[in-house]
Design a protein around this ligand. Structure first.
Ligand code: GAR
Length: 189
């Protein structure tokens, strides 16, 4: 199963996947490429470390969505890898019908809450401010309904009394780092 990872940030989830691959815990899944919409994203530094090609793809002209020329560049770059699965690991752009159609049924996303609670940005902060006692993380299929596609798997994270937002964030991230590689291994069979 050829996997392409897309990310915009520090890449800790991509790192968890690549670490799992190195340790033989990804089954038949194999990461063939990393792409980022930010030239300075930490995720790109993982390429040389793990021996996987990593590249910036210019997402212009939009800031928060992938459409127009940027979308065309991403479709060409990702399509060139002939992926069986496209994994959004902290890719902070809304995908539009062009990209969704090009890889229909093959795109999954990681989200730091128990969807359908707290979709959108700053999901951990949203849960924190709402005062929920249980939150978590979700891996789901990506559809035009942002953060609303069919759920593949979830992990619950308990808010312990007195926890700071930073501590809750750390706990959710730890849950993500276990969940996403496990989902890949399970999808790869
Ligand atoms: C993760 O917590 C992921 O769930 C979140 O971005 C973070 C990326 O961290 N994604 C979203 O909020 C998508 N809406 P990472 O770059 O260290 O993997």
């Amino acid at each position: 199963m050829r996997v392409v990872l897309l990310g915009s940030g520090r890449g800790s989830n991509a790192e968890a996947i690549l670490q799992a691959q190195q340790e033989g815990r990804l089954g038949r899944a194999r990461v063939v490429q990393l792409f980022s919409d930010r030239p300075d994203a930490g995720i790109l530094a993982l390429g040389p470390r793990f021996g996987v090609p990593a590249a910036f793809v210019d997402p212009a002209p939009f800031k928060t969505k992938l459409e127009g020329e940027g979308e065309a560049r991403f479709i060409a770059a990702v399509g060139g890898c002939a992926p069986d699965l496209v994994v959004l690991a902290g890719f902070m752009r809304v995908l539009k019908p062009g990209f969704l159609g090009a890889f229909a049924g093959k795109i999954i996303n990681l989200h730091p809450s128990l969807l359908p609670s707290f979709p959108g940005l700053d999901a951990i902060g949203q849960a924190w401010r709402r005062g929920v006692k249980i939150t978590g993380c979700t891996v789901h299929h990506v559809t035009a309904d942002v953060d609303g596609g069919p759920i593949i798997d979830q992990t619950a994270v308990r808010f312990d009394a007195g926890m700071t937002l930073e501590q809750l964030t750390e706990k959710v991230h730890a849950a993500e780092h276990a969940l996403l590689p496990a989902v890949l291994a399970s999808l790869a069979g």
